[in-house]
Each structure stands twice: as C-alpha cells, then as structure tokens.
Design a protein around this ligand. Sequence first.
Ligand SMILES: NC(=O)c1ccc[n+]([C@@H]2O[C@H](COP(=O)([O-])OP(=O)(O)OC[C@H]3O[C@@H](n4cnc5c(N)ncnc54)[C@H](O)[C@@H]3O)[C@@H](O)[C@H]2O)c1
Ligand SMILES: O[C@H]1[C@H](O)[C@@H](O)[C@H](O)[C@@H](O)[C@H]1O
Length: 334
Amino acid sequence: MPLNVGLVGAGMIGADHARRIGTAVAGARVAAVTDIDPDRAAAVAASCGARTAASDREVVDAGDVDAVLVASWGPAHAESVLAAVAARKPVFCEKPLATTAEDCLKIIEAEQASGRRLVQVGFMRRYDTGYRALKRLVDGGDLGEPLMVHCVHRNAEVPESYHSAMAVQDTAVHEIDAVRWLLDDEITSAQVLFPKRTRNRFDHLRDPQVMLFETASGARVDVEVFVNCRYGYDIRCEVVGETGTAELPPPAEPAVRSAARLSTAVVQDWKDRFADAYDTEIREWTAAAAEGTASGPSSWDGYAAAVVTDAAVRSQQTGDVVPTGIGRRPDFYA
Ligand SMILES: NC(=O)c1ccc[n+]([C@@H]2O[C@H](COP(=O)([O-])OP(=O)(O)OC[C@H]3O[C@@H](n4cnc5c(N)ncnc54)[C@H](O)[C@@H]3O)[C@@H](O)[C@H]2O)c1
Ligand SMILES: O[C@H]1[C@H](O)[C@@H](O)[C@H](O)[C@@H](O)[C@H]1O
C-alpha cells in the first residue's frame, strides 16, 4: 500500500512536490489536494491523479490521507500543522514552520504531547550532497574546532512583493538552519548591516544585506544576502576551523572550452540548484511517515529559525546586535 499524501497549498513548490512524489519517490502518491485558489488545486490534483478537497481540515481528517504536506503561504502553516499533529498524522511543512515564535512553541508543545515526532520542516539544504559532505568533515573533526562560517546567498532577482525583512525570513533562513545544523550550535545573537544599495531593483528593498550571527560556543557567522545579483543563483558556504577549512562544492556544471574561453554556466534558480536535495528530502520524509513518524529538521529547528529571524529583523531597524533569547532544546528533540 502506498503512503497517501494530502497536499495543502498547490502553488509553485506545492506543485513541484506533487510532481516529485509522482515521479521520484517510490511508495507514495498524492491522494488529495487543497488550495484557497480552487483552480490551482484542481490543476495540481489533475496532474497527479488526486482528488481536490475543500480545506486543509478536510485533507487532514480524510480517512485515506496518511500524511500531510503543507506548502501554503507561511502565515497559514501553523494552523494546518497543528491540525495534522492533533490527528496524529506525520506532516511535512515547508519553511517557515510558523511566522511567529509563539506559534512554533504551540506546535512543539502539541507534538511533545502526542508522544512522538510528527513534524519535519522543509530545510532542504540538509539533504544536499555538498552540505552533507561538509557536515561529515565538521563532525569528523577534520577541520578542528569550527571558528567561523562565511556564507553567500545570491538570487538573480526577486519579485516586487519581496521586501527587506524577507531577506532574513525567506532567504537567509536557509543559512540560519544550515549553520545551526553544521555546527550543532545555537545562534545567540544577530546583527544586520546595509552596504551600499544596488540601483538595479526596487526602491523599497534594502539589497544587499550583511548578516552577522554569534553562536553559543562563540563561533561567528557572516551571511551576504544579495537577491538581485543579476547573474544567477549562487550559494556558498565555507567553514573555518582551527586546523583547516572546507568549502561547499559548486554545482557540477561542465567546463566549456570554446571561442578562446574557458567557461562554466551559473545555475539560475533554487529549483535547479537543489533539485536532488528536494528529491532526497521528500523521499526521507515519506519513508519516516510510512513508519508513522518524522525525521530531519524538527519543530525545534523551525522554532530556532523563527527566534533568530525575529532578532535579525529587529536589528534591521537599528543595526544593533540583538540577542535571540533561544532557550534549551527539549530532550524530545535531542
Ligand atoms: N524550501 C525552499 O527552498 C522553498 C522554496 C520556495 C518556497 N518555499 C516555501 O514554500 C511555501 C510556498 O511557497 P511558494 O513559492 O510555493 O508560494 P506560492 O504563492 O506559489 O504558493 C502558495 C500557495 O498556497 C495557497 N494558500 C495560501 N493559504 C492557503 C491556505 N490557508 N490553505 C490552502 N492553500 C493556501 C495559495 O493560494 C498558493 O497557491 C512558502 O512558505 C515558501 O517560503 C520553500
Ligand atoms: O523562497 C525562496 C527560496 O527559499 C530560495 O531557496 C531562496 O534562495 C530565495 O531567496 C527565497 O526567496
């Protein structure tokens, strides 16, 4: 019997995950799809042989839905995740887990009360082969004690609806999770600085931004976010340890020698850059969900990302170093 997945949110990434479940994941199928835009729900349902449902509640409560995939807008995530946890169904939630730390805590409490892990958050970098290789080096002690991490997150461009806080909440949130995971260390403070602004995009947007984080052990992390860099999608990460450094490998692209030039194409967007990571992420989610549980990035990771992004957004107003106030991770999430 395949795992029957109920999809909440049939936008860009929801449709992509539905396609992925149909083509790249064995032992799972999409059974029901809902979206507040019924046309989108109908189109995605038709593309994967599923039925449509009127609401997230209907998806969660359906007798033939074993697990729920939430890919709606961030502000709608908490309600759907809480409903799935209440129904004791495994749930994958695209980032962010919730848009407030308070809602993340409600999910943590409900999940702990259920007695087992049910929630996986969509931080797909943890499934990227390059990041996994970096993690093995850090964990294996090959670099000595990690002291610093230098990160770059560049998008070719963003739509007009993208605003300055999203550079933290939507974009740097990936580095925030990846660095916590790589170093196995919590982020305790955040600061955001604004360099000279690009003239190439909207007046309302501060772009680029430089974000500085400190971890509980004293490691320092810098993240350059530049979401209108024009030339492509560019993700970099270098861990500097006491005895060595390691850098994320660039995506494998052929080196082309032609017309007296040696060149390599730059990947253009996140869907291509992390395509394999998304496949692995959803495969590992469905495998755990088939066992009635969840693995990978947890509700605690979703909460930690929320408190760090809150601190960084506050720092955007003043430039101050803002403590994150992160507490102790419950043993449930050890
Ligand atoms: N992990 C990643 O790299 C990654 C990449 C892109 C998007 N995301 C996340 O995925 C989520 C969706 O992003 P997107 O780019 O697909 O956005 P999108 O706007 O294309 O799609 C969101 C969909 O959710 C629907 N929706 C909103 N509220 C709903 C509700 N209450 N019930 C049902 N449907 C609802 C909208 O109608 C829309 O179709 C966001 O949280 C985003 O941050 C993650
Ligand atoms: O929602 C997207 C997505 O998370 C991408 O991975 C990131 O590079 C973009 O900056 C963000 O807007």
